[in-house]
Design a protein around this ligand. Sequence first.
Ligand SMILES: C[S@@+](CC[C@H](N)C(=O)[O-])C[C@H]1O[C@@H](n2cnc3c(N)ncnc32)[C@H](O)[C@@H]1O
Length: 307
Amino acid sequence: MEQLALFPQLDKDVASPSQSNVIGGIVNVATVPQHSPFRYPGGKTWLAPRMRQWLRWLGRQDKRPTEFIEPFAGGGSMSLLVAFERLAGHVTMIELDPEVAAVWHTVLEGDGTLLAQDILCFTPTPAAIAKTLTMPPTTLEARAFQTIVRNRVQRGGILAPGAGLIKQGEAGRGVASRWYPETLKRRILDIIAIRERITFIEGDGLRIAKQYVHRDDVAFFFDPPYTAAGKKAGSRLYSCSELDHEALFALAGELHGDFLMTYDNAEGVHELARKHHFEVRAIAMKNTHHAKMSELLIGRDLRWLDE
Ligand SMILES: C[S@@+](CC[C@H](N)C(=O)[O-])C[C@H]1O[C@@H](n2cnc3c(N)ncnc32)[C@H](O)[C@@H]1O
């Protein structure tokens, strides 16, 4: 997904995907600070202005979250935004995919400086890439390095099995055209500098989020794989894509803290939201092919979007 979104106006709840008539101006997310070392399929950098708006709105009501929890963290763009901009007291990221988790363990708890150094020293020839992707890693840092390389050389940053390598790449630079070692190093070192603000948990986001159900000082951001109502898009993008979406909506309904969810604009998702009496707004964006599409913001009370 290209990080472009149409702002600032969002439509009120729409009865069906076909009725979403989204208006607004284009915000180029080149203006949004990018902190993640991942280029993540379905990444939410484009949501940054809304994330700030939501958390600041909570703050104005004396409900600044003690904890911000992202149970489907992936590339963690929103968790990092919250941590860097201190929009909550602390951040907890949860991710099930062990390859992605290896990167977060390394950067947030392990030898992230070594990872940054290895990235800087790597020359991404086709042979070196092939070797890195096929050799079984023996350390956590090596596994993290392999994930970063895979994320940079596979089409769309897709880490799921079956993803092919970039062929032409940017400006015909081929497989290594997304390899920006200096940028990756800087992002990793920047995260290390604030890592006491972030906890990473490898595991099932749904199960772990349940442990916080009674905490009214926690804000949850759910960005699950888009596989609700039999949709297949999410299953091609992620190694971990199976999810009980009904259970996620049920959990969100029980939370004492506030939450924000993002979903694809599919009829089945609208149905789930209606069933649980959640508000839904459609937000327009452009995909990598500049096709207009919309995603949904779902919450208990989305009045802050109008402020
Ligand atoms: C849409 S992506 C999140 C993208 C993220 N918001 C970003 O900006 O990079 C969904 C993520 O959920 C992860 N996932 C799937 N099932 C999970 C589960 N049960 N618990 C935790 N993470 C899960 C996937 O591996 C994937 O990384």
